[in-house]
Write a protein that binds this ligand. Structure first.
Ligand SMILES: C[S@@+](CC[C@H](N)C(=O)[O-])C[C@H]1O[C@@H](n2cnc3c(N)ncnc32)[C@H](O)[C@@H]1O
Length: 278
């Protein structure tokens, strides 16, 4: 099995939890305002994990496993809400961190037992114990998503930023995710960018704001039929008329990063020449 073995720089975030810096993406895995805090406030709370736990069984799709913090927060919240709830999690991750790297991360004592389960899953790509079943599909999520036959109650959508990781933010990939969500399921992401919000709408989602925290502004929630709060007409109109509204496309889900940016540029040029002619 291949792991990312290069030496990772551990960084401290504002809530005392640690994160890493990705050399490849030239970006940190989490917000400097608090890595673990973000897992709760940007992903688990907006996806209503505590509420879902009351049903007794919960199915989560986690896109971008990273350090496993979103899963750690989810396990903690589910157990606190209903200790009898069973949890099934599928994570899609391209580059699984090595056991050495994950072992060098320390989490607060109250999370350490659950973090051991998560590290075990990262090491073996699966784990099934104490009502928690985790499966990690290693590879490009644009491909591995096709293997999923489950329907998910919540989606943690947490790739790197669109500038560094555009292949994860296309309308076409959002559609693939939507097909695997229950009607009421909520997808949560930290991004509030206009092309991303417009891309989610084009992929058939209703969208709404996710709470912001610290230095990061609000994120976005998306659902096929669930309650995501919604935006005011004024904000929706601003999105519709924004010069930034063109989403990212990846029709066959195999474009390189460069191709994704170029394709969008071509579409923008076509749109502007059409507007000038009419
Ligand atoms: C911001 S980090 C995720 C942090 C993580 N959610 C956590 O709780 O620690 C983004 C993750 O997305 C993964 N990723 C980037 N592109 C991917 C792709 N095409 N397919 C699958 N995973 C990808 C990266 O390897 C990285 O682990």
């Amino acid at each position: 099995m291949f792991f990312i073995m290069q030496k990772q720089q551990i960084l401290q975030t504002a809530d005392g939890s640690q994160t890493l810096f990705s050399q490849e993406h030239n970006e940190t895995y989490h917000s400097s305002s608090g890595a673990l805090k973000e897992a709760f406030s940007k992903f688990c709370e907006p996806c209503k994990i505590s509420e879902l736990a009351q049903r007794g069984a919960i199915n989560i799709l986690d896109i971008g496993f990273g350090l496993g913090y979103n899963l750690l927060a989810a396990l903690h919240m589910v157990k606190a809400a209903n200790s009898f709830c069973t949890i099934e999690i599928t994570s899609l991750e391209k580059e699984i961190l090595s056991p050495q790297t994950l072992n060098s991360i320390t989490v607060p004592q109250k999370y350490s037992i659950d973090y051991e389960i998560i590290k075990k899953a990262a090491n073996a790509l699966s784990c099934n114990e104490k009502g928690v079943k985790i499966s990690i599909l290693k590879g490009d999520a644009r491909k591995t998503i096709r293997e999923l036959t489950n329907r998910y109650d919540a989606v943690f959508f947490d790739p790197f930023s669109v500038k560094k990781n555009p292949e994860m933010w296309s309308v076409d990939f959002f559609r693939e995710i939507g097909k695997r969500m229950t009607d009421e399921a909520i997808l949560a992401t930290y991004s509030a960018s206009t092309p991303i919000r417009c891309g989610l709408i084009e992929a058939g989602f209703r969208i709404g704001p996710a709470p912001g925290d610290g230095m990061k502004k609000e994120g976005t929630l998306a659902s096929k039929k669930g309650d995501v709060g919604g935006f005011s007409n004024k904000i929706m109109l601003r999105l519709k008329n924004s010069p930034e509204r063109m989403p990212f496309y990846d029709p066959e889900l195999n474009f390189s990063r460069h191709e994704i940016f170029n394709y969008r540029k071509e579409l923008l040029q076509k749109e502007s020449s059409y507007t000038q002619k009419n």
